[in-house]
Design a protein around this ligand. Structure first.
Ligand code: PMP
Length: 435
């Protein structure tokens, strides 16, 4: 097949007629498919079913150090859960505070606390004229949502396959004291599935920010979410906390992890990982905020997974369920779009998403077209701060929730939508060139 960009007006029009018939056909089926959010499928959730009754009740609810998980106490998490979450992140338990069911909550609280109380004795951000965050793009919409909610000015920094463009990051943090943070998803990034290189991690740890209260928000949500067994060993990311220590910036990072996509999304456990000084500030805040998080759930997680080997074995079960879905979508994209010059996409080795870049100015129309035929995708623009993709080109594909059969149909609708919108765009461009 010739690239669409090489087709004549007549060829484009003929193709449009043919594809429109296919589109009407599939639209007529009245489908209701969802590839919008990175939700685990029922099959994945069932993998952790055994966790629900692993704690048997009275007599079985004590931690290793004798605390009854049914009672108050242990606000920073039970020791064995701190150990498990530390193992996942590759740090010792003393650097870990276990929280409730969602790491996003900790991220929100961390930004909120910085606004109300400042970071380690520095001026509360709320008292500053301006607070800015660097946002590697495309990125995670909920990160951008948090900083938008607090009125932070978000600055786009382009992502590369090795992580954010570090030349830009270094320059921006060094020259502007109002730059207070950067959002990072270092492993299998949302939405591209990229993993930061060692060099990127070292350069981040080695930053020389103008602001003493600059922090890296290291959301390691997908650190154990490998799609292929060999990736587990091959693509280990450098541990940022120790890199920051080595670089003389021990307090510069807050790391966040959770088991949302390991056990249950919505009923997992989460953790913040940081330096002693940062954790002390968080503990102080927690004294007023909560009597403690759900320790029974922490105990269930520890009993079920036991240790890092247990986590790894469990994640391979997820991979077995999720990998064919990624591969199915990638195959349809390859078979239907390769060489047409109307889109490019990532083929991640882990995580939850595939990132698709359409021709400029087409993403919104593609998502709308897919919706009309019964496929809900993540809103175009969502992967950028303020929901504004300057090129209107990026679309996030979330393949985990649909069944294999649904996925085949969803992928078909998606590529048809991409083709039709691209043709429309090319016809417009041709028309303008001729006009
Ligand atoms: N971080 C990233 C990068 C994510 O993609 C997600 C889920 N989509 C989360 C955090 C949410 O994590 P949690 O459920 O722990 O709040």
């Amino acid at each position: 097949m010739k690239a669409y960009t090489d087709l004549s007006m007549d060829e484009l029009l003929a193709l449009k007629n043919k594809l429109e018939a296919e589109y009407e056909d599939i639209k007529g089926k009245g489908l209701a498919l969802d590839m919008s959010r990175g939700k685990p499928s029922k099959e994945q959730l069932d993998l952790a079913e055994g966790m629900l009754n692993i704690v048997k009740g009275s007599g079985d609810t004590d931690t290793l150090d004798g605390l009854d998980c049914r009672n108050y106490g242990g606000p920073i998490g039970i020791p064995e859960a701190r150990q498990l979450m530390g193992d996942i992140a590759g740090v010792s338990a003393e650097h870990v505070i276990v929280h409730g069911n969602a790491s996003l909550n900790i991220m929100f609280d961390t930004v909120a606390r910085s606004f109300t109380h400042g970071v380690l004795g520095n001026t509360p951000w709320a008292k500053l004229d301006k607070v800015k965050f660097l946002c590697p793009v495309p990125g995670y919409d909920r990160h951008f949502g948090i900083t938008e909610y607090f009125g932070v000015e978000m600055i786009n920094v382009p992502m590369t396959e090795d992580g954010p463009d570090m030349d830009q990051v270094e320059k921006l943090v060094a020259e502007d004291e109002s730059v207070k943070g950067i959002w990072c998803v270092p492993k299998y990034s949302n939405p591209q599935g990229y993993t930061y290189s060692d060099e990127t991690v070292r350069r981040l740890a080695d930053l020389k920010p103008a602001a003493v209260d600059f922090r890296i928000f290291w959301d390691n949500a997908y650190c154990v979410h490998h799609l292929y067994e060999e990736e587990e060993n091959q693509s280990q990311i450098l541990e940022i906390l120790s890199e920051c220590e080595k670089a003389g910036n021990p307090d510069m990072v807050y790391e966040f992890i959770s088991t949302s996509k390991v056990s249950f999304a919505g009923a997992g456990i989460s953790a913040v990982i940081s330096s002693k000084a940062n954790l002390e500030q968080i503990k102080l805040h927690m004294n007023y905020q909560t009597i403690g998080h759900d320790k029974l759930n922490q105990l269930r997680h520890v009993r079920f997974f036991k240790d890092m080997d247990g986590i790894k074995a469990h994640m391979m079960k997820h991979a077995k369920s999720v990998r064919p879905k990624f591969e199915a979508v990638e195959q349809v994209l390859k078979e239907s779009l390769e060489g047409l010059n109307i889109g490019s996409w990532t083929c991640p080795k882990g995580g939850y998403f595939i990132s698709f870049d359409a021709m400029e100015g087409c993403a919104k129309a593609i998502v709308a077209k897919a919706k009309e035929a019964g496929l809900v995708m993540t809103g175009a623009g969502a992967t950028f701060p303020y929901g504004k993709d300057p090129k209107d080109s990026n679309i996030r594909i979330a393949p985990t929730l649909p069944t294999q059969e649904e996925l085949a149909l969803a992928a078909q609708i998606f590529v048809l939508s991409v083709k039709l919108v691209s043709i429309e765009k090319l016809l417009q461009l041709n028309h303008m060139n001729q006009g």
